[in-house]
Ligand binder design. Structure first.
Ligand SMILES: C[S@@+](CC[C@H](N)C(=O)[O-])C[C@H]1O[C@@H](n2cnc3c(N)ncnc32)[C@H](O)[C@@H]1O
Length: 303
């Protein structure tokens, strides 16, 4: 089984629980720039911001990799009037969910196509066939970022854009054991955690960190990402650090997780998954808060 098939299968299993947690159809971290925002409001704001940042407009032909449940593409049709959107995603479950949303709705079926596939195989598609490639919070999951950039360059038309919204390390070797100890110390006094098995959570964090430490992709730093884009022929037109505005996701996730973890219908496996998710979000939150990782919007232009 290929790397992306494995990731796709993981999302097949995770998606129902993830949607339950965020109580929306989007799977992004959200853009939290106002008080009292709900998950769906913050997530829609990020989709909208990313759409504007990517200069989506009437007539534009888009390839959207890692589209989640497809909700963002409905938004792009409704609000930016794109001419064509091809969504690519390795999760069969998510592709089916997205297809269900557009079935019998001509407004969407005449524009959107959802396919199961891997973003790093873009080079197999017709060259110069689109003018936007979007990757909203997903390229950290790809096996080979360089191959993704290379393929994207090939199939974009001249003056087209590759647009990323991604969490990227600001420096090297950030994933070390100290992080787990720090997080444990931070959360030990907080009452919201009383229903959560903290030693199990610690195990999950250690496991997650180990995986992150050994992942080639997750250790490509911000400057290296820009270099990689440039080496593949792109001009960096704009890059925006929105780390502060994504941090709001965690208090909400914490609230929802501590509610959900008490639900009697959760079986052992779901409980384990929930703890693993919580562990990776804790690490993401900690690393962004301490500026080890940044959350960036990057627009790269094919000349
Ligand atoms: C964190 S979710 C974000 C989903 C969506 N962009 C959103 O913001 O709601 C990551 C997405 O990336 C997709 N993904 C993972 N690996 C991929 C790959 N190799 N090619 C395309 N999509 C991929 C997952 O299936 C999932 O839909």
């Amino acid at each position: 089984m290929s790397f992306s098939e494995l990731v796709g299968q993981t999302f097949d299993h995770l998606t129902p629980l993830l949607l339950d947690l965020v109580d929306s159809q989007y799977l992004n971290v959200g853009y939290w720039d106002k008080n009292q925002m709900s998950f769906v409001q913050a997530q829609q704001r990020l989709v909208d911001l990313f759409g504007r940042f990517s200069k989506l407009k009437k007539g534009v032909e888009v390839i959207d990799v890692g589209f989640g449940t497809g909700e963002q593409d409905l938004y792009f049709v409704d609000h930016f009037h794109c001419k064509r959107i091809l969504g690519i995603n390795p999760s069969k479950f998510q592709v089916e969910m997205a297809l269900k949303k557009i079935r019998n709705k001509k407004k969407y079926t005449s524009v959107i196509e959802f396919q199961q596939g891997d973003a790093i195989d873009l080079a197999d598609r017709p060259t110069k066939s689109c003018n936007r490639i979007l990757a909203l919070e997903c390229d950290h999951l790809f096996e080979d970022k360089n191959k993704f950039f290379r393929g994207a360059y090939r199939i974009l038309r001249p003056k087209g854009y590759l647009c990323l919204a991604s969490a990227i390390p600001n420096r090297n070797n950030i994933y070390n054991e100290n992080i787990v100890a720090e997080i444990q110390r931070e959360i030990s006094g907080e009452s919201e955690w009383k229903d959560i098995d903290l030693s199990k959570l610690q195990e999950k964090m250690t496991l997650t960190l180990e995986k992150q430490k050994n992942s080639k992709n997750l250790n490509i730093q911000y400057n290296q990402t820009l270099d990689l884009l440039q080496k593949n022929g792109f001009l960096i037109e704009e890059s925006k650090d929105i780390s502060t505005q994504v941090l709001g996701f965690f208090p909400k996730i914490k609230q929802r997780t501590s509610l959900l973890i008490k639900e009697p219908f959760l079986d052992h496996t779901q409980n384990e998954i929930l703890l693993s998710l919580l562990a990776s979000w804790l690490i993401l939150h900690y690393t962004i808060k301490n500026k080890l990782v940044g959350f960036f919007l990057i627009r790269a232009k094919k000349l």
